[in-house]
Ligand binder design. Structure first.
Ligand SMILES: [Zn+2]
Length: 106
C-alpha cells in the first residue's frame, strides 16, 4: 500500500473525528455508563458494608489490595479490570474505610 494512500486515510479519519467529536464523546459516555452498571451488578449492586443500593453514582469500587489498583483514576474503564480485586462500597463507607484516621471522636 502506497504511503500516500495511508496518509490520505489518516487525514480523512482526522477530519471525520473532528466533525463528530460530540457524537464520539456521547458514545463513550453511554458505553462507560453501561459498563459501570454491568460491573456494579456483577458485584451485587449494593454497598458491601451498609447495604446502600439506591444510586449508581454513589457507589465506588474499593480495591481490597491497594497494590492491584492501576495508576489511573478510573481503572474500571480498562478492559482488563479484574472485578474480583474490588468490593462495592457507597461513598460514605468508602471514605470511612480509606480514612479511618479522620473519624470524629464524640
Ligand atoms: Zn455503605
Amino acid at each position: 500500500m502506497p504511503a500516500k494512500d495511508k496518509e490520505q486515510r489518516r487525514i480523512t479519519k482526522q477530519k471525520w473525528v473532528s466533525r463528530n467529536l460530540e457524537h464520539i464523546a456521547a458514545s463513550v459516555r453511554a458505553y462507560n455508563k453501561r459498563r459501570r452498571g454491568d460491573l456494579i451488578q456483577q458485584l451485587g449492586g449494593c454497598c458491601k458494608k451498609c447495604g446502600y443500593c439506591k444510586n449508581m453514582a454513589a457507589l465506588d469500587f474499593h480495591h481490597i489490595d491497594p497494590a492491584t489498583k492501576k495508576k489511573q483514576v478510573r481503572d474500571w474503564m480498562r478492559l482488563d479490570f479484574d472485578v474480583s480485586t474490588v468490593v462495592l462500597l457507597c461513598r460514605n463507607c468508602h471514605a470511612e474505610v480509606e480514612h479511618p484516621e479522620l473519624e470524629i471522636q464524640s
